[in-house]
Design a protein around this ligand. Structure first.
Ligand SMILES: N=CN[C@@H](CCC(=O)O)C(=O)O
Ligand SMILES: [Zn+2]
Length: 420
C-alpha cells in the first residue's frame, strides 16, 4: 500500500471525476502477506476517473483530496468498505425452474442420478433452447441486478445450457447483451462441454465441441475462457484435456470443474493445460492439491454447492495452512440458487473454517486471480479500478458473521455509485 500522499499515474489526469469514500470503521485494502487481508481503521480512498489514487487513514487521504473538490462523496462512518466482490464461477444464464429437483434430492435422489436420467443440466438445456433471446437476456439481467445488490462488481458467466453450436452462440450473445451497459463486469466462459446431450455419446460430442463449436465460438469472439465438466459419467480426463487444449489453440484460457463427485484426474488436466482455475475440489486429496499449487492453478471453492447438495465441503484449510490462495464463488445455477457472495463468505467460514478475512480475500483478490485479472481488480490499492462495496457493519468480520440479511448499503463501480 502506498501512503495517501503518494501520487499515482492517474493523478496526471487530475481534472477528472474525483470520488472519495471516507470514515470507514474498517477499509479492506487487499491481500496481506499471509492468507488474510490488510485492513485500515478509519479508512478512506480517493479515486480519479475510476481508478484509486490514494488509500489510507481518512485524515491522510482528505489532506490530499479535500471533500470540497470531490464530485462524488460517500460517508462510510461506522461502516466497512471492501473492494468490489468478484464472483469467478457462475452458470447465471438459464431458463426454467428446477425447484422440484430440490425436493427430489431431499427425498434421496442424487445429483448424478438426476443427470443420468435426463434431468438436471439436460432439463435446463431444454428450457434454454426453447427460450427467446429476449427472455435469456432478461433472465440474466435480473440475476446481475441481484448480484450487484449483494456487492458483486465482477462476475464470470458460463454457457453450457445449449450443448449445440447454435444455442451455445446464442448464450454468448445473450451474455454480451446483458452485460452491455450493466454496471457489473461480466466475464464470458464457453462451456459447451457441460454435459453430454441426449442421443450422443461423450466421444461423439467432444468431437463436435472441438471441430464445430470451438471454431464458431472463436469466430464470434465473445468468450474469454473455456471450461469443461471433468467428472465421473460426464467427460473423462482425456476428453477434458482435448477440449481445453483445443480451446487454448483458439485463444480461450482453460478452466475446469474438477473432483466435484469423484477425483478422476481433473487436477492433472488443470495443471497440464495451465488452467487459470480448478473449481469445486470436493474430493481433492493431497497429491491433487500439490499438483494444482505447483502449476499455479487457483483453487476455487464453491461452498454453496456443498451446502445445497448436503455434501462434505472442500478442504480449503489444507490449501490455506500451506500458505496458498483460495478463491470463492457462488456457482449460481439452477442446482445452487445463490447470488450472494456474503452468504458464500459465511459458508466458507462455517463449513470450511476460513476466517472472515480469508473469506474476504477469497471473494475479492483471490477471485480476481481465478479470472486472470492482474489490473488490481479485487483490491483498493493505488491504480486499482475503484470498485468498492460499503457494508452497513462495524467490521469486516461481520460479513461472515451475519447471515440473516444483506448488509450492502452502497456499491461503486469505477468510482461511480451504481447501487445505494
Ligand atoms: N457441476 C456442474 N455444473 C454446475 C451445475 C449446473 C447445473 O446443475 O445446472 C456446477 O458447477 O455445480
Ligand atoms: Zn459450475
Amino acid at each position: 500500500m502506498r501512503d495517501a500522499d503518494t501520487k499515482t499515474e492517474h493523478d496526471a489526469v487530475s481534472d477528472g471525476a474525483l470520488t472519495i469514500v471516507y470514515g470507514a470503521a474498517e477499509l479492506v485494502v487487499g491481500p496481506d502477506d499471509g492468507t488474510g487481508v490488510t485492513v485500515v481503521e478509519d479508512g478512506a480512498f480517493a479515486a480519479l476517473d475510476g481508478y484509486v489514487v490514494a488509500v489510507g487513514p481518512t485524515e491522510d487521504v482528505l489532506a490530499d483530496y479535500p471533500l470540497a473538490d470531490a464530485d462524488t462523496v460517500v460517508d462510510a462512518t461506522g461502516k466497512t468498505v471492501l473492494p468490489g466482490l468478484v464472483d469467478p464461477h457462475t452458470h447465471a444464464l438459464f431458463a426454467g425452474d428446477r425447484s422440484d429437483e430440490f425436493v427430489a434430492k431431499l427425498r434421496g435422489a442424487t445429483y448424478e442420478e438426476l443427470l443420468a436420467q435426463g434431468g438436471g443440466i439436460l432439463r435446463t438445456v431444454d428450457a434454454v433452447r426453447r427460450a427467446s433471446d429476449e427472455e435469456l437476456v432478461a433472465n440474466l439481467t435480473e440475476h446481475l441486478d441481484a448480484m450487484l445488490e449483494h456487492g458483486t462488481t465482477t462476475v464470470e458467466v458460463k454457457t453450457g445450457y445449449g450443448l449445440d453450436t447454435e444455442t451455445e452462440l446464442r448464450m454468448l450473445d445473450a451474455i454480451a447483451a446483458a452485460s452491455g451497459d450493466h454496471p457489473v463486469d461480466v466475464v464470458p466462459t464457453f462451456m459447451g462441454a457441460h454435459a453430454v446431450p441426449r442421443g450422443m455419446d461423450a466421444d461423439e460430442y467432444v468431437e463436435e465441441v472441438v471441430t464445430e463449436q470451438l471454431p464458431a465460438v472463436a469466430e464470434q469472439g465473445i468468450a474469454e475462457f473455456c471450461d469443461v465438466f471433468c467428472e465421473r459419467g460426464v467427460f473423462d480426463a482425456d476428453q477434458s484435456r482435448r477440449i481445453l487444449d483445443a480451446g487454448r489453440e483458439y485463444g480461450l484460457t482453460p478452466k475446469i470443474h474438477a473432483d466435484e463427485f469423484a477425483a478422476i484426474g481433473g487436477t492433472d488436466v488443470a495443471s497440464g493445460v495451465g488452467a487459470a482455475s480448478a473449481d469445486h475440489l470436493l474430493h481433492t486429496g493431497e497429491s491433487g492439491r500439490e499438483t494444482l499449487v505447483e502449476a499455479g492453478v487457483t483453487p476455487v471453492m464453491l461452498p454453496g454447492t456443498a451446502f445445497g447438495l448436503g455434501a462434505d465441503y472442500a478442504d480449503a484449510r489444507a490449501f490455506l495452512d500451506a500458505g496458498h490462495e483460495v478463491a470463492l464463488a457462488t456457482d449460481f445455477n439452477p442446482n445452487c440458487f445463490a447470488r450472494s457472495m456474503g452468504f458464500v463468505a459465511t459458508l466458507a467460514s462455517v463449513g470450511m473454517r476460513m476466517t472472515p478475512h480469508e473469506a474476504i480475500r477469497g471473494i475479492t483478490s483471490a477471485a480476481a486471480n481465478a479470472l486472470g485479472r492482474s489490473d488490481g481488480t479485487g483490491t483498493l490499492r493505488p491504480d486499482s479500478p475503484a470498485d468498492a462495496v460499503v457494508l452497513d457493519v462495524p467490521s469486516a468480520t461481520h460479513l461472515s458473521y451475519r447471515f440473516d440479511t444483506n448488509t450492502v448499503s452502497t456499491v461503486l463501480k469505477s468510482g461511480v455509485v451504481v447501487h445505494a
